[in-house]
Design a protein around this ligand. Structure first.
Ligand code: UT7
Length: 334
């Protein structure tokens, strides 16, 4: 008789045990951005809410920023690197196609031989990672999982492109996810719409670049206004669904941490959701810009560091971007 395959034994609940952030040292003002594009500090502030952002210095690599953010998250979680059963890195700006940067991050942290891989879901990548990690632990395929959102978008942004040069920035955020006595990570609401693939994308494939007479590094292009409208209207519905699936209403929320894409999108979502006044809204974009996969953990860490949010608070995470792709979940802050 064929032996039956055993089922992995998981846990009932998961939560975020610790969070850490790394913000690059170099502050870049709107005036510096405007040296290369026809724009103004006033236009950038009023249209995006960005006052300044940070660009990584050469030594602040994707690996280095990931390791720094992870060390803080591990320390705050009181989890040793050797206890980590999987390392997931969400990024679109690690410029070596293979192997995954997660393997180097895991090795430098001391997590080897934990499985380590990168995921490419653009700005929504971190929230995808949180869901994957939580499901891994629930299903018994690991106890502690490290999830990192990291970008060096300054490497793949064209400083002369008026549609993107002022918006994108660099940084890293990390969380340690593990088992919990009560639920700390709600059901995910996620999706993708490939019919809108071209709205935010790398302008050329590497093959196209090879065919050019004067090859140029590919950079990001965004058709901002349709993305703006999609995010402002459709994402509020996704956020509401994530609350519904967690069995909550806006009155149960303490904190709202949307992807830091544009301050006007954050305001439009807050209005559409009718967030009560007591809900603290992450507005990290003002000083960090749009850091894609890093934006949600950076913004959540900033609120905890400033004391505006506290451990145990109920937060709604929602992230969206290229794909177009999105993911949202209710979590308990560590
Ligand atoms: O993170 C991934 C997801 N990304 C997002 O969610 C970003 C979504 N999009 C946005 O945040 C906004 O679309 C932008 C901030 C990128 C642009 O704001 P907008 O209100 O959508 O501007 P627009 O593209 O509709 O352009 C409005 C005007 C135009 O001038 P006219 O035709 O009204 O005279 C543009 O030429 O603003 C002009 N414009 C600029 N002016 C100064 C466009 N870019 C610039 C610029 N500086 N950089």
């Amino acid at each position: 008789m064929t032996a039956a395959i055993a089922t992995a034994q998981g846990v009932g609940h998961t939560r975020i045990h610790g969070i850490g952030a790394f913000r690059p040292s170099r502050i870049v003002t709107n005036d510096e951005i405007c040296e290369h594009i026809d724009s103004s500090d006033e236009w950038i502030r009023t249209r995006s809410g960005i006052i300044e952002r940070r660009f990584a210095e050469p030594h602040e690599t994707v690996q280095m920023m990931s390791v720094e953010a992870s060390r803080k998250a591990l320390q705050r979680a009181d989890v040793d690197p050797g206890q980590i059963d999987c390392v997931i890195v969400a990024t679109v700006s690690h410029l070596l196609q293979t192997p995954a940067v997660a393997t180097l991050v895991a090795e430098e942290l001391g997590c080897t031989p934990a499985p380590a891989f990168d995921i490419s879901a653009a700005c929504a990548g971190f929230c995808h990672g949180v869901s994957l990690a939580s499901d891994m632990i629930r299903s018994g395929n690991g106890k502690y999982v490290l999830v990192i959102g990291v970008e060096r978008l300054s490497d793949i942004t064209d400083p002369t492109d008026r549609g993107t040069a002022f918006i994108f920035a660099d940084g890293a955020g990390a969380v340690v996810i593990g088992p919990a006595d009560v639920e700390g990570i709600g059901p995910v609401v996620w999706g993708a719409d490939g019919s809108k693939f071209d709205l935010i994308r790398q302008n050329e494939t590497w093959i196209d670049v090879l065919d050019m007479e004067e090859p140029e590094m590919p950079t990001l292009r965004m058709d901002g206004n349709p993305v703006f409208r999609w995010a402002s209207f459709e994402m509020a519905k996704v956020a509401r669904e994530a609350l519904d699936r967690a069995g909550m209403t806006v009155d149960d929320l303490d904190v709202f941490v949307p992807h830091q894409a544009n301050m006007r999108i954050i305001d439009a979502m807050a209005r559409a959701l009718k967030l009560p006044e007591h809900v603290v809204i992450a507005r990290d974009i003002a000083y960090q810009g749009n850091t894609s996969a890093a934006s949600v953990p950076l913004a959540a860490a900033a609120l905890l560091e400033s004391g505006e949010a506290k451990s145990g608070d109920t937060a709604l995470f929602i992230a969206f971007g290229a794909g177009l792709s999105y993911a949202a979940q209710v979590v308990t802050l560590p």
